[in-house]
Design a protein around this ligand. Sequence first.
Ligand code: HEM
Length: 472
Amino acid sequence: MLSLWFVGAICLGIFVFQRLSSPVAKLPGPWYTRFTSLIIKYHEFSARRRIFIHWLHQKYGPIVRIAPNEVSFASLDAIREIYASGGSGYDKTEYYDLFRQFGTKTMFSTLDKKSHGERKRQLADRYAMSNVMRDHVSAIRERAKSFVSECAAAVKSVDIYVYLHCYALDCVTNFMFSPGGLNSLTNTNDFELMEELTYHQSLQINLLHYYLPQFVPYFPSWLMPRRAPKANDYVHRVTAQKSPDDHTLVSRLTRETSSLTHLQIAAECKDHMAAGIDTTGDGLCFLMWELSQPQNMEFQDCLYKELCSVTDDTSIDRLPYLDAIIKEALRCSPPIPMSFPRYVPRGGRTIDGEFIPEGTIVSCQPYTVHRLNEQIFPEPDRFNPNRWLEEEGLHERNRLFFAFGTGGRGCTGRNLAMTEMKVLLHEVYSRFRTTVAPDMNGSMEIDDQIISSRPKGQTCKLIFTPRADKLS
Ligand code: HEM
C-alpha cells in the first residue's frame, strides 16, 4: 500500500515538475492554467471562451497562458508572426476538422500550408475585387433592392435579422452558382433553406466531437451534428449543373483541367456558402442595429450625405464614411470574434518577444485585438465610426483591424462581403432612416457559436422611415 502512495507521489512530482519547467509556465496567466485546460474548456462549453480570454488579457496584458499548452496573444507582432510569417503563418490545429463538409476537407479545413496553397490557387482569383465589381455587382444590387422592397413594405417594424440572412444567402449562391442561385428573399422554398442554415444551436455538440473523437461512434443520435438536408441536396444539385455562368465559382472548380472530384467540389462550395451567410448577415445586422440607436443618428446623417454623391456602382468603393461605418461595426462586433488556433512549428518560435515551444497552440482573437490597446482604440466599447477618419494613428488602427484575419489564410470572401455590405447600406441609407422598433425585445448581445457569433435573440426589429428628401 505504502509503495503505491510512493509511486503516486513520484508521478505527481514528475507531472508538476514538467508543467512548471515548460517555457509556457513562465508566461503571465492564472496559476491553474499551468496544470489544466479544464477551465478554458468549461468556458468553451458555456459559450464564454471569448469573454473569458478577453478578461484574462485585460488582467495580464497582451500575452496570456490559457492552458498548459495554449497561449493567447493580442499584439500586432503576434498577429504577423502567427498568421503571416512565410505568407500563411503557422498550420491550423485539428479544431478546423469540425469544418469538413460531407466528410471531406475544404480549403478552410485543410490544416497544412502546402495543401491549402494548392486549393487556394484553384479558386482565389474568382474573389478578386475586379471580378466581383465586373461580374457580380449588378446582381448584388438587384438583391439589395429586393431587401429594401421587403423592408419598405412592412406595415410596422421589420425583422432585419431574417432578411439580411436571406440577402447574404442569395448573394453568395448567385456568386457561386448562377444561374442556379437562390432567391430566399422572394421564394418560400429557398426561404426554408435559409432557415435551416441559420437557426440552429450546435456549439456544445461540435465541441464534444472535437474533444472526444474516440467516443463518437458510441454517441446517441441526439449528439450528432445537425443535418442540413435541404442545403446538402441543393449544393449537390447546383454543383452538377451543366453550364453554370463563366464567372461563377462552380464553373472554375468544374473546368476540364480541374483535378477535384464532384464530392470535393460540393464540399468546397457548401463551405463557402456557409461562410458567406452568417458572417455577412450578422455583420450587417450588428451594424444596422448600432446605426439605429438614438445616440447614433448623427452617423446616419453623415452617411446619408455621403451616399447622395454616389453616381455609379464603382464609386461605391471610394466612400470614406461608408468604409468607416463598416470597419467600426466589424471592429466592435466581428462576425468571427474568437481565436483562430494555430500550432507553433517545429523548433519553436519567438512570438512577441517570448520563446514558445513547438506544438503549443497559439492564437489571437479579433474581439480582443480590436479593444485591448486603448491608446490605439480609445473608448473601445463605443461605436464611433469617426475614429477611422482621424489621420493621427490611422496606420496603427488599420494594422490592428483583424475582422477578416490576415495572411494567406485570411478571408477569401472579403471583397465579396465588403461589396455586399456597401451596396446594401447604400440602398438602405440613401433612402431611409432606421430606428429601433418599440416591439424589439430580443437580445443583441454577441452570442458565440462554434467559430462565428450572432445576436443572441436572433431577431432585430427596426423601423424604416423614408427620407423626405429621398434620392431617385
Ligand atoms: C463580414 C463578412 C466576413 C467575415 C468577417 C469573414 C471572416 C473570416 C475570417 C476571420 C477568416 C479566417 C478564419 C481563420 O483563420 O480561422 C475567414 C476565412 C474564410 N472566409 Fe470569410 N468572412 C466573411 C465573409 C465571407 C464570405 C462572403 C465568404 C465567401 C463566400 C467567405 C469565405 C471564406 C473562406 C473560404 C475562408 C477560408 C480561407 C482560407 O482558409 O484560405 N467569407 N473569413
